[in-house]
Design a protein around this ligand. Structure first.
Ligand code: KG4
Ligand code: ZN
Length: 346
């Protein structure tokens, strides 16, 4: 089954072609970072307008590169939530309309399910069941995954998401948006032990996260390092970045370890933008090795938002016979445990 995937939930236009027999045929991504950078974050209306400009040209581009005519498509999958409603509406309207014109089925895909299944696009993919840590700009969740659509939420952030914490810490250090990769780069040369930032909610039981206290601690550190002109010296900034990253990584690692131990699962997958973080991957690799367990993640380009994960997640459900009616569906909020199950991945 040949599926066109369309991702427009936030600030990237991601388009891909996935075939259940042949795998990923082509994918294209347009990032809106340059559009939003001067505002320090995503401006929803600008995001929607840019998706309108980019979606159809990118669809043409992937079809051409895969040497596929649109008449050969078997189905269309588009992100229908959660995300920015205006941005989602662009991909949903284009995807649904294309499917209608071609008289093929269409399916609205859950963005976080797309992230969750992205490691399955790689060689040696994980097999169900596993524990998933979803860490993006909007979500921090630990999920027990028994199969597609068979999700039990084990814990989540009670305030900021991990990616949001990276972005806010980066702003305090006057680094560009989105901050995660910039903090990671800066942290490389820093001392992660210089600032004793809190590891929130690790002592109490449970699998929830909280990152707002850490944010305040970083702000205090930044202020205490400012000189008379309000400037933080570069050597202080690298240590703040390294200490902040270490606090986030430790917190995520400790909760993942607890989830693996409590569930008895032997596989951990990490997904979402923050799963591209090298320090996080290294810390989790060391932890799972001690538990005789295995860690799985996607290549960095498939950790952040992309069309391939939506084409892939959509293809699994469409191949199992699921599809939506003619309604163009865009949902700002959409709990993942409301998704219907399917049996097994192909
Ligand atoms: O999954 P994603 O692309 O979009 C959402 O669904 O939110 O995640 C974006 C988030 C941003 O907060 C960004 O700063 C963070 O992922 N991020 C990183 C890294 N790359 C992206 N955070 C830490 N280290 C990275 N290397
Ligand atoms: Zn995302």
């Amino acid at each position: 089954m040949l599926v066109l995937g369309i991702e427009t939930s936030c600030d990237e236009t991601g388009i891909a072609l996935y075939d259940t027999e042949r795998g990923l045929l082509a994918e294209a991504l347009h990032s809106q970072i340059a559009v939003h950078r001067e505002y320090g974050g995503v401006v929803p209306e600008l995001a929607s307008r840019d998706h309108i400009r980019k979606t159809l040209p990118l669809v043409e581009d992937v079809l051409q590169r895969a040497a596929v005519d649109k008449s050969q498509l078997d189905a269309v999958a588009y992100t229908s939530g959660p995300g920015l409603v205006g941005a989602l509406m662009v991909g949903a309207a284009i995807g649904r309309a294309m499917a209608y014109a071609l008289n093929i089925p269409a399916l609205g895909v859950h963005h976080m399910e797309g992230h969750l299944l992205a490691p399955m696009l790689e060689d040696n993919p994980p097999a169900f069941p596993f524990i998933a840590l979803l860490v993006s700009g909007g979500h921090t969740q630990l999920v027990d995954v028994e199969g597609i659509g068979r999700y039990t939420l084990l814990g989540e952030s009670v305030d900021d998401a991990a990616g949001e914490a990276f972005d806010k810490a980066a702003k305090m250090l006057e680094l560009p948006y989105p901050g995660g990769p910039h903090i990671a780069k800066l942290a490389e040369g820093g001392n992660p032990e210089r600032f004793d930032f809190p590891r929130p909610m690790v002592r109490q039981g449970g699998l929830n996260f909280s990152f707002s206290g850490l944010k305040t601690a970083v702000l205090n550190a930044v202020n205490s390092c400012k000189d008379a002109d309000g400037v933080v010296a570069p050597n202080d900034a690298v240590d703040i970045a390294a200490s902040f990253q270490a606090a986030v990584v430790d917190t995520l690692m400790l909760k993942c370890r607890r989830a693996l131990k409590e569930s008895g699962r032997k596989q951990l997958i990490i997904a979402g933008g923050v799963s591209a973080n090298t320090a996080l991957r290294e810390s989790l690799e060391a932890m799972v090795a001690k538990l005789h367990s295995k860690l799985y993640y996607a290549r960095p380009a498939f950790c952040t938002d992309n069309g391939a994960m939506i084409a892939f997640a959509g293809a699994q459900r469409l191949a199992a016979g699921q599809c939506d009616d003619l309604t163009i569906s865009a949902k700002a909020r959409w709990p993942m445990d409301q998704l219907p199950p399917i049996a097994e991945v192909n």
